[in-house]
Write a protein that binds this ligand. Structure first.
Ligand SMILES: [Zn+2]
Length: 423
């Protein structure tokens, strides 16, 4: 991690701003710019954590901040400790400590035993540019706080980033939600991550979520989530083009000689539009390219040299084949619309489920048209598995949607995310 100080800017600065605000420090704007307000907050953070208050985030300050970013501390039991006393000193909830330390007997704590103590703050931030680093930190933190969460990688991206999956629940009924096939549509990643955190927390605390009994749902259904299908693309949009990128000069060429990828780049790092790369009427997608002025790799709508040519697409295909998904939801932005069919192959009942999703979210149920109606993930799922698959276009406006839309999008989608797990 790079040293951060006054005058610098970036998505890492934004993460620290969001963290400090969550911890109660005075941070009025989360804009990714290291100003005097952040410097003051860092000095106070350093003072209260036994660090030199110089206002610079060097290695030691990073290490301390990182504990809070991950959302937990490792604590060694001392004489006279109880979970209650530890919870008090960390300003956290006893039940969160119990959930994080399965198998530990709260009435017989052994001195010297190391335990995980989750802080009393949530991990997933929904007011930042949600990069691959933010995702990695949150997945690591959630796994420590909720050890009954299963995590893993479904494969890796062109640049070798993990395509993470999460499994919520242990039931036989399997459903699958994925997000950020398209780089500009990264707001769909914190949507699924926030859902994952709320779901795990509700289960750990024995609470309901959206009026549903999460304990029962957890036992009946396994919700599989791939929150970021296209990590290379998302980071290109949010962090810009790194000079170390092996595709550096080609990417600029594919981007019409521009180094600005922040408002137009949907593809992976090969310039392939992943949601046009599945083996479902792929040739029709290819044939339609010329009508959209597509001649090769670029920001959007290039179907690739062949179906499933990309490692990200292959990862999703293999992951899907290795499970038994009753239903899939693929999250995109924007339009507040749900697409439910593919060349009239959707199975009986898919429309009724779609109507329920529509009613719960307020989003319209529709059929995709033109190039958008071929070679997408849900198209391939419907075609190959003859089961219900939906593309959900969240939010309204121009991509990338501002993160200020997050709360509205979350409340529109939460009932759907819960219902789809019961189908
Ligand atoms: Zn999309």
């Amino acid at each position: 991690m790079r040293t951060l100080k006054l005058g610098m800017s970036g998505t890492d600065v934004m993460q620290i701003q969001a963290l400090l605000r969550k911890m109660g420090y005075r941070i009025t704007t989360i804009d990714g710019i290291f100003g005097t307000q952040l410097e003051d907050a860092i000095k106070r953070f350093q003072s209260s954590n036994g660090l030199t208050p110089d206002g610079i985030i060097g290695t030691q300050t990073w290490n301390t901040l990182n504990r809070y970013l991950l959302g937990y501390d490792t604590y060694t039991i001392k004489s006279g400790d109880t979970f209650y006393k530890i919870a008090q000193s960390y300003h956290t909830n006893t039940n969160l400590i119990i959930a994080a330390n399965p198998g530990l007997n709260a009435t017989d704590l052994q001195i010297g035993t190391q335990i995980i103590v989750p802080y009393g703050i949530d991990v997933v931030d929904t007011n930042i540019s949600y990069t691959y680093d933010a995702l990695k930190t949150d997945i690591t933190g959630l796994k420590a706080r909720y050890p009954f969460l299963e995590i893993g990688a479904a494969g890796s991206s062109v640049l070798g980033k993990d395509i993470y999956y999460l499994r919520l629940g242990k039931g036989e009924n399997q459903v699958f939600y994925n997000a950020s096939h398209h780089a500009l549509e990264w707001i769909t990643t914190p949507l699924l991550m926030k859902f994952a955190e709320q779901y795990l927390k509700s289960y750990a605390l024995g609470q309901t979520l959206g009026g549903r009994n999460i304990n029962e749902l957890f036992n009946n259904t396994s919700i599989y989530i791939i929150p970021m299908v296209n990590p290379d693309g998302v980071d290109l949009v949010l962090n810009g083009l790194n000079p170390d990128n092996p595709y550096y000069s080609r990417l600029i060429e594919w981007n019409n000689n521009s180094t600005d990828f922040s408002t137009n780049w949907q593809a992976n790092i090969h310039g392939v539009d992943l949601n046009h790369n599945y083996n479902a009427a792929w040739q029709l997608s290819k044939d339609a390219e010329s009508a959209y002025g597509i001649t090769g790799p670029g920001p959007t709508r290039y179907s690739g040299p062949s179906p499933e040519s990309e490692p990200e697409t292959q990862s999703l295909v293999n992951f899907t084949r290795n499970h038994n998904f009753r239903l899939v939801l693929a999250f995109h932005s924007q339009g507040q619309v749900i697409y439910w069919n593919f060349q009239n192959m959707a199975p009986a009942g898919a429309k009724i489920i779609g109507e329920n999703l529509s009613r719960l979210s307020g989003y319209a149920l529709d059929n995709a048209t033109g190039i958008a109606s071929y070679a997408g993930y849900k198209d391939w799922f419907i075609q190959d598995f003859n089961r219900p698959g939906y593309t959900i276009e969240v939010g309204l406006g121009t991509n990338p949607l501002p993160i200020s839309q997050f709360n509205q999008i979350y409340s529109q989608n939460l009932p759907m995310l819960l219902y789809a797990a019961t189908v």
